[in-house]
Design a protein around this ligand. Sequence first.
Ligand code: AQP
Length: 347
Amino acid sequence: PRVIFSGIQPTGIPHLGNYLGAIQNWVRLQNRAAPDDTILYCIVGYHAITLPQDPAHLETERLNMLASLLACGINPKTSLLFNQDQVPEHAELAWILNCITPMGWLSRMTTWKSKLAVARNASSEDEINDSMLNLGLFAYPVLQAADIMIHKSTHVPVGEDQTQHLELAQDIARAFNHKYSDDLFPTPQQLSTPTKRVLSLRDPTQKMSKSAPSDKSRILITDDPAAITAKIRGAVTDSISEITYHPERRPGVSNLISILAACTSEEPNLDLGTIARSYQGKRIQDLKQDVADAVIAKIEPIRKEYEKIRAESAWLRDVSDAGDTLARERASRTMSEVKKTVGLARM
Ligand code: AQP
């Protein structure tokens, strides 16, 4: 039987990239699961605090994320939906994994390298601006590995941008098994979505992201039709009037075509060049109008559901308490095995 696991940071309302790249697939997996599959989805507060967060704001964002996942179709009766930060075993296993993970493996992570580059640029001298980097940020992928491993997960649905972290989790699981015990942890497999990385609407060389400074760079699952239309109309493209699909040369237009395909079809091998050709003789405004309509059709039911669910605070807390309790029971069973394996069992 499969153990399907994934997580998301409570760093803002999910955007179209989070939805098309991850959450939509989580819902599909949940709805098509075999009776003996276990499905776990969590909100990873411990990851969120690797960057500065205002405590009151973080509390709100955690509830917003819970409401968002439920609005997108995660069913707490079939999926174990919980808060990673309420299951201390995640952090406890991360510590043990820290002790077997070479620093070189973490230095190679592109997410770390880009954070390092930003810190270097922010510094007046050729030194690193130390205050922008912390140990948690460096060890972020180890905590991810612990999240996956503490539940003995076999399958991890994440966006294409997470492949390197998932490969690291596989290496860490293998390293633990090799050092201590041959079969305690399964090697987790990535389950990718057919959707390409969704790019920022303001800077199509970057991915769409919750924490990018401009609100106009992302479409949120809570945006109303007018906001969606305005953001798509304002999407940065290029000066060529023809519509063609060229992700490298024309990332802005190609991103719009890819969003259109993802919102209108479930076909994984759709030829995006064919879609582009169907716009021959048309203007970029025509494409943008179709993209806006397709995104609205996808997002509007979710937005309405979110408004309803977010008002039910008592129910949200019940869902969260029930999930946290079950996840903790599960995680503590693995933790006992791990502590025994490494020589830290109860005396
Ligand atoms: N632009 C994207 N396109 C496709 N998939 C994406 N994901 C994120 N951005 C895109 C997928 O969303 C899931 C949850 O991501 P996360 O919240 O854990 O962290 P992240 O990848 O760092 O996402 P953000 O939106 O960029 O958040 P911030 O700005 O807080 O760092 C993952 O499965 C990811 O693949």
